[in-house]
Design a protein around this ligand. Structure first.
Ligand SMILES: *[C@@H]1O[C@H](CO)[C@@H](O)[C@H](O)[C@H]1NC(C)=O
Ligand SMILES: *[C@@H]1O[C@H](CO)[C@@H](O)[C@H](O)[C@H]1NC(C)=O
Ligand SMILES: *[C@@H]1O[C@H](CO)[C@@H](O)[C@H](O)[C@H]1NC(C)=O
Ligand SMILES: *[C@@H]1O[C@H](CO)[C@@H](O)[C@H](O)[C@H]1NC(C)=O
Ligand SMILES: *[C@@H]1O[C@H](CO)[C@@H](O)[C@H](O)[C@H]1NC(C)=O
Ligand SMILES: *[C@@H]1O[C@H](CO)[C@@H](O)[C@H](O)[C@H]1NC(C)=O
Ligand SMILES: *[C@@H]1O[C@H](CO)[C@@H](O)[C@H](O)[C@H]1NC(C)=O
Ligand SMILES: *[C@@H]1O[C@H](CO)[C@@H](O)[C@H](O)[C@H]1NC(C)=O
Ligand SMILES: *[C@@H]1O[C@H](CO)[C@@H](O)[C@H](O)[C@H]1NC(C)=O
Ligand SMILES: *[C@@H]1O[C@H](CO)[C@@H](O)[C@H](O)[C@H]1NC(C)=O
Ligand SMILES: *[C@@H]1O[C@H](CO)[C@@H](O)[C@H](O)[C@H]1NC(C)=O
Ligand SMILES: *[C@@H]1O[C@H](CO)[C@@H](O)[C@H](O)[C@H]1NC(C)=O
Length: 843
């Protein structure tokens, strides 16, 4: 039963945001100081960094150059103390460029499970694999792009356009990865919402939208203790992300009290001084500056410190932050730290240790098998992330049908093997991950056709199979007369360095690729039991299939990773009752989404874009414009049915206003004394340099690299004011006070066991707020007839808005409502939220 509620009326206009211009007035990079979850690591980092020379500190901050060492990014080392270099490696769904590793389901799939447990276990399993190869830092998970526009090329690497769902997925993934001794990296910070022009686009955004939408999941990442954050390629309000004092110094390091380190995306650093003072702590991959250093940091940073352009405290702080992240996740001593056992640059056993100079041939790949039993988890996530969108006439689950016709290229093995195309940059065979740097090599890939054929064989089902998406006659011939015709289609997306079928990362449109829509129509024209399976990066326009009487079922299977076919048959045959819920809205047109991707700028040299839709993206935009979606956010069918009963709200004894953080930091601390002599800062006599390679030593008195746009306050090392919303990792601890507990009973009213995903939405009131926003979800496993109570805690942040004037979160006096339902549109229980202690609603 779907009830559409119009309680306080749909928001009509966004009030013009009157944000103060705090842009690049100049904020010094806050110095790390420990705090919740960091004290121990910080103490160890202080002791370690105090004993380092300037060039040793600089070595920790700078990559040695693209392909200069074995990992995708590698810093310098500290040979004097036996501390090997940091190894950084992609990506968010498994290890890129190695062997004997797993290819996990993409972020968007684990988001679709709405299962905190699976998010956590996926993080743990990935962490084990990275650790097992000797990697220190996993370059994931992703909260940017968040998914402002559905065509965004890298949306599938993350967890979808809802900041609350993404925030929880970030936290669970990060805690999982880091529990296995690997530093996670929350990326790409921030507003990297499209691939077109990503290296130079200037994104203009107001302060409220920043806080309530895009910064929100990064706050959760910081609260979860993430060790590193990657700044993105784009500019924000005129300044590159990797030298942006507002986003890095003010928001991330001060307001969110981030204690780890900020690394650049590969090549996203644009200056020596501006990046150092704008809060960057590690330059990746490290090379890319003018002669003599060939780098913006390395020796150029050493020189800037010796000249006094970059204060010593700033380099000390970089080193402290990097080492604190290291000590936070590594509980053992240096000798228990695993060695790097692979080369990202060759699949052979023997190769160069320094590929960019082709030097030092040795064993570089030990082929360590790190897969363990992760295939079972991958299959489980694959099955539980399938979203059953349509299921008429009990088409599913299948029960030993007489015959099945499997149709479409997307069901098939890839000719040449699943890794035949570098970074998955092709459209051959089934799609189980997108393309670009967010990929991993498949150890194997179970295609849907293979899994279905096995199942058919054991059921004595006749198996019919056609592969071409273009030979519609063959498709119709195969489908005609089959008990069920299962037709597969895809819409891929990825990173802009690969252009696939004219799509430069971002999708050019929201239809299916490779004739997929025509293929589905052809099959449905001859078979009255047509089942559509979609492996797409995000929503596609499938309204025709929803309306079509011969299409009995539609499933979105996303990018499920190596166990694709197995996870899918678990759902098709009912071994797994689908629990996937769509983590994005399905619209009838691109226009429905409100925001638009900038494909063709009138100023392609310096493109700029204002996110003037504010917080109204995805379901918030549909609600605001009263557009009915094809499938709403959070929607997904089950093979059973559920009842929702007994809504209870308890106001907690927490006051409506909370204590703003006040006071100031200590002045910037120094760790050790810089020895300014040339001898202490140049390469030791007789040191044989690898060329090209980035070193921390002075080469000449010839500072390069440009200053960037830092303000005068950026070099101020005196005590700095704390911010009202700050004071603890992720923000003021009062933001996480539970203000309400809300409970309800969920009952399985059908004939089979199943999992319901009850979702809690809040209406914050007023035109400036969306009709409702997600603020809770749970995974409730129920036998037939069984009922369980689900309880949600609503925190202060959950019911607050950002006030740009006070620079703080506030619970407004607007009357508020709570909805519990099975999607954003299917409200099953609702009530007014009573005002919190000491407050009343104004009407
Ligand atoms: C960024 O630009 C937007 C739009 O021009 C403006 O509203 C906002 O105040 C600016 N933010 C900062 C921090 O300067
Ligand atoms: C910096 O790191 C490089 C590469 O690991 C190493 O060769 C060099 O000795 C290190 N320099 C210092 C001062 O430790
Ligand atoms: C380092 O840790 C390993 C493994 O826990 C242990 O065997 C070794 O004795 C430790 N070494 C030092 C120097 O403490
Ligand atoms: C690298 O060195 C190997 C072995 O010395 C040689 O066969 C190969 O041609 C070299 N490659 C390049 C790109 O210099
Ligand atoms: C499906 O048909 C193609 C083309 O004839 C064939 O290569 C493939 O092996 C078949 N798949 C299965 C699972 O039988
Ligand atoms: C949308 O893009 C896909 C992939 O490039 C292409 O196959 C399809 O024809 C396009 N659809 C339309 C309507 O242009
Ligand atoms: C549905 O399939 C039947 C064949 O069973 C066909 O005759 C009919 O035209 C199809 N309906 C549509 C709307 O394509
Ligand atoms: C952008 O420009 C290209 C080349 O002129 C054109 O093919 C494409 O259709 C344009 N895209 C949009 C969305 O306007
Ligand atoms: C609420 O909290 C206040 C302050 O902590 C306390 O004095 C008061 O007794 C509490 N009231 C209830 C009903 O628990
Ligand atoms: C500074 O470094 C030089 C060269 O390594 C060394 O001779 C000198 O003793 C150092 N000075 C201090 C104060 O440590
Ligand atoms: C830098 O210049 C000063 C003064 O000319 C000189 O004493 C010093 O040795 C130079 N340092 C290097 C690394 O060339
Ligand atoms: C925002 O904060 C300012 C300054 O404290 C206050 O005057 C204003 O009323 C607040 N705005 C709202 C909407 O609460």
């Amino acid at each position: 039963m779907i009830t559409l509620l119009v309680l306080a009326g749909l928001a009509a206009v966004v009030s013009a945001a009157d944000t103060p211009s705090i842009g690049n007035a100049g904020f010094p990079s806050p110095w790390a100081s420990g705090g919740t979850g960091w004290d121990d690591a910080y103490a160890k980092a202080k002791a370690f960094v105090r004993g380092l020379t300037l060039v040793e500190k600089v070595n920790l901050t700078t990559g040695t150059g693209w392909e200069a060492d074995r990992c995708i990014g590698m810093t310098g080392s500290i040979p004097r103390l036996g501390f090997r270099a940091f190894c950084l490696q992609d990506g968010p769904l498994g290890i890129r460029y190695t062997d004997h590793n797993s290819a996990f389901p993409a972020g968007i799939n684990v988001a679709a499970t709405f299962s905190r447990g699976l998010m956590r276990r996926r993080g743990e399993a990935m962490g084990e694999e990275f650790r097992g190869k000797g990697i220190d830092i996993q370059l994931g998970p992703v909260a940017g792009p968040l998914g402002r526009v559905p065509e965004g090329g890298r949306n599938w690497e993350g967890f979808g356009p809802d900041p609350y769902l993404t925030g929880i997925a970030m936290a669970e993934t990060i805690e999982g990865i880091q529990s296995r001794g690997v530093i996670a990296c929350a990326k790409h910070y921030i507003l990297n919402e499209q691939e077109h022009y990503r290296g130079r686009i200037d994104v203009r955004i107001d302060d409220k939208t920043m806080h309530e939408l895009y910064l929100w999941p990064f706050a959760d990442a910081v609260r979860a203790g993430v060790g590193s954050v990657m700044c993105s390629y784009n500019k924000i309000n005129g300044t590159y992300a990797c030298e942006n004092e507002w986003t890095t110094n003010y928001l991330l390091k001060n307001e969110l009290s981030f204690q780890g380190f900020v690394m650049s995306d590969w090549g996203a650093q644009h200056s020596t001084l501006g990046s150092a003072l704008g809060g960057l702590d590690m330059a990746m991959p490290g090379d890319g500056g003018a002669a003599p250093y060939g780098a913006l940091w390395g020796g150029a940073l050493t020189e800037a410190v010796l000249k006094g352009d970059v204060p010593q405290w700033r380099v000390d702080d970089m080193a402290i932050r990097i080492m604190a992240a290291y000590f936070k996740v590594n509980t053992g001593n240096f000798s228990s730290r695993p060695e790097v056992t692979f080369s990202a640059w060759t699949k052979k056993s023997i190769g160069p240790l320094h590929p960019s100079s082709n030097k030092t041939f040795t064993v570089v790949n030990e082929f360590v098998d790190v897969q363990s039993n992760h295939g079972a988890l991958i299959r489980e996530i694959g099955a539980k992330s399938v979203v059953l969108l349509k299921n008429e006439n009990r088409a599913l689950p299948l029960k030993m049908p007489q015959s099945i016709a499997v149709i479409g290229e997307d069901a098939q093995d890839t000719p040449g093997g699943p890794n035949a195309c570098a970074e998955r940059g092709c459209i051959k065979g089934t799609v189980a991950m997108g393309y670009g740097s967010g990929t991993a090599e498949f150890p194997y890939l179970v295609s849907p056709a293979t899994a279905l054929k096995l199942q058919a064989t054991s059921d004595n089902t006749v198996f019919i199979n056609t592969t071409s998406n273009w030979d519609l006659d063959a498709a119709k011939a195969a489908a005609k007369g089959a008990s069920v015709a299962i037709v597969f289609a895809t819409a891929n997306a990825g990173e802009n360095f690969i252009v696939l079928d004219g799509n430069a990362g971002d999708r050019n449109n929201m239809s299916l690729w490779d004739n997929g829509d025509e293929l589905i129509r052809a099959v449905a024209s001859v078979n009255p039991n047509t089942v559509v399976v979609l492996h797409t990066a995000g929503p596609v326009i499938i309204d025709y299939a929803v309306q079509h009487p011969n299409i009995t079922a539609i499933l979105w299977a996303g990018f499920p990773g190596q166990e694709s076919g197995n996870g899918l048959i678990d759902v098709l045959y009912g071994n797994t009752n689908p629990q996937g819920r769509t983590p994005f809205t399905w619209g009838k047109s691109e226009k429905d989404y409100g925001a638009e991707l900038l494909f063709n700028s009138s100023n392609p040299v310096a493109p700029s874009q204002t996110f003037d839709e504010g917080i109204f993206i995805d379901y918030r935009a549909f609600d605001k414009a009263s557009i009915e979606p094809t499938y709403p956010f959070g929607f997904g069918l089950s093979y059973t049915t559920f009842d929702y009963l007994d809504l209870h709200i308890q106001v907690q004894n927490v006051s409506a206003s909370y204590k703003a953080m006040s006071g100031a930091t200590a002045p910037a601390p120094l760790y050790g004394v810089v020895n300014k002599t040339a001898a202490a800062n140049t390469a030791p006599e007789g040191f044989e340099k690898i060329i090209p390679y980035v070193y921390p030593w002075l080469i000449a008195n010839s500072s390069t690299g440009g200053s960037g746009g830092f303000g005068p306050a950026a070099i101020n090392g005196s005590a700095q004011p704390l911010l009202p919303a700050g004071g603890a990792p992720g923000g003021n601890s009062g933001l996480f006070d539970v203000v309400y507990t809300v409970s309800a009973t969920i009952k399985n009213t059908g004939g089979v066991a199943g999992t319901e995903i009850p979702q809690l939405y809040v209406q914050l009131g007023g035109d400036e707020n969306p009709f409702s926003v997600l603020r809770g979800f749970d995974e409730i496993v129920l036998k037939p007839g069984e009922a369980k109570t689900v309880t949600f805690g609503l925190t202060r942040r959950d019911v607050s808005n950002w006030n740009s004037t006070s620079q703080n979160w506030e619970i407004s006096t607007k009357e508020k409502f709570v909805f519990i339902g099975s999607s954003v549109a299917a409200v099953r229980l609702h009530a007014t939220l009573p005002p919190p202690q000491g407050m009343s609603w104004s009407f």
